[in-house]
Design a protein around this ligand. Sequence first.
Ligand code: SF4
Ligand code: SF4
Length: 267
Amino acid sequence: MSTVPAAARATRPTLAVFKLASCDGCQLTLLDCEDELLELAGRVEIRHFLEASSAVGSGPYDLALVEGSVTTAEDRRRVHEIRAAARHLVTIGACATAGGIQALRNFADVAEYRATVYARPEYIATLATSTPVSAHVPVDFELRGCPIDRGQLLEVITAFLVGRKPDIPDHSVCFACKRRGTVCVTVAHGTPCLGPVTHAGCGAICPAYGRGCYGCFGPSATPNLPALIPLLRRDGMDEPTLGRALRTYNATAFAELAARSGEERPS
Ligand code: SF4
Ligand code: SF4
């Protein structure tokens, strides 16, 4: 039960959660907050969150969370509508911040993909690319991850609701490994790992279980891809494997990083 007094509940800021092209995993992270969600529901008016309730409330919204990428003309229209209705717009997850795994179409022929995947491709209306929300409208904050981390999500919501900058570090997964005392899987075992160029936020889960990071939080703030690629090759990654490693949930972000770094991959 909420501990928020009735007077405070009457003037609560409004929150809306929207979905574009996505798997819903990031919205589920919000539902997964359980106890904190009850407290949050007492402090904000959740006006639009179809994964939690079929009630639909109109804007303006103090904070809009947007999951998913822009893959259709309708998404493109909606994202402008959401922006116009939101005082603050935060994108959540790899789909919304980098185009997601569905951005693999950006490197291929979308008509060929459509014909391969769907029995009746003529019924599918889609754009040729999957793009992040920030490619279409100004975004106030981008929260990385596939899916996002629940602690980071609560921090971002709290920060926007009280009017301060979110405290979300932008360093690499390597920092998180050091912080939790995980022995480096590359140094100790020669395991290929994208941790040195990947944004922290997951708590370095994969290396803690002895496997290399595959970059699901996207590039960190100051990644040095040219320095990492020879190590990945040394540890057994051939060119196709390297290309695939950089083309997962954040394919466009790593492609932009590779282009900025003067690297050919993963194009
Ligand atoms: S970022 Fe990952 S978990 Fe979140 S909606 Fe996209 S595919 Fe799902
Ligand atoms: S792939 Fe990397 S960023 Fe994603 S959960 Fe594993 S260690 Fe974290």
